[in-house]
Design a protein around this ligand. Structure first.
Ligand code: XBP
Ligand code: MG
Length: 257
């Protein structure tokens, strides 16, 4: 089949948002509320198995706090903490604390030149996606995506394939005409559940992920002066030596897939 569209995950794929944005923002929100909760990197890595910021806080409360430490008003508190976390997250973006991962700007430009259709398929909240796109890719960048599918439209979060089902239906595409670009095991489970060929750009918190079934696994997409490393994937052997993944490489993987 011909490659027609790229479906991008956001967190960990476009930028190291979990490391540089969400985790510090959660901790600021907890401190503001006078809570002695603190999510260090190791704990956050563990909690990332739960997708969705609110779901993650509920999991922390039930699995990491003693019954007498659990807030009585968790149902109200969690959404309030989440809103505050997202405000801090937007502030970190505005302060320049979060950068695009290598090759992201380049592949988006190349994809447009080649006439590929572009969409976002994420578990995070719409407000977070728009803040990130506006700031890192510039005002108007959001219009470059034909569809931005987030937890606001699709509350059933990855590893559920629901957000990808939504994209395929809305865009009128077959799974085999798309390439999903993901960074995590939960993301790959979501895309592969529908048979969407998937490229993994492994992010900081996902070094030990199981990406079985992925078309290609790389450390990042690569940029001039910053070569990527191919780490695995079903089609890895077909690429040969490459320094960066661009549209011609994606098309080559596809032709052979
Ligand atoms: C992203 C998530 C989100 C973010 C935080 O997963 O799981 O919950 O961690 O965003 P993916 P929210 O990269 O697979 O889309 O607080 O808005 O949930
Ligand atoms: Mg991700």
């Amino acid at each position: 089949m011909t490659l027609k569209a790229l479906l991008f995950d956001v967190d960990g794929t476009l930028a190291e948002t979990e490391r540089d944005g969400h985790r510090p923002a959660f901790n600021k929100a907890f401190a503001d509320h006078g809570l002695d909760w603190h999510w260090d990197e190791s704990l956050y890595g563990e909690l990332l198995a739960v997708t969705g910021g609110q779901e993650r806080m509920h999991r922390y409360i039930t699995d990491h706090l003693e019954p007498d430490q659990r807030p009585a008003d968790a149902e109200d508190l969690v959404p309030r903490l989440h809103r505050l976390k997202n405000e801090y997250y937007a502030q970190l973006i505005a302060d320049g604390e979060i950068a695009l991962r290598p090759g992201i700007r380049r592949i988006l430009d190349e994809a447009r030149e080649h006439g590929l259709r572009l969409a976002i398929a994420t578990t995070t909240t719409r407000v977070n996606v728009l803040a990130l796109l506006d700031s890192l890719l510039g005002p108007g960048a959001r219009d470059g995506f034909e569809l931005i599918a987030t937890a606001d439209e699709v509350p059933d979060k990855k590893p559920s394939p629901a957000v990808y089902t939504y994209c395929l239906e809305r865009m009128g595409l077959a799974a085999g005409e798309c390439l999903a670009i993901e960074d995590s095991e939960n993301g790959v489970r979501a895309s592969l559940a529908l048979g969407i060929p998937t490229l993994v750009t492994v992010s900081e918190y996902n070094r030990d992920g199981d990406f079985d079934g992925a078309l290609l696994v790389v450390d990042h997409l690569g940029d001039p002066g910053l070569p990527c490393r191919i780490l695995g994937g079903q089609a890895a052997g077909r690429l040969g030596r490459v320094d960066r993944i661009g549209v011609p490489e994606l098309q080559a993987l596809f032709a052979d897939a």
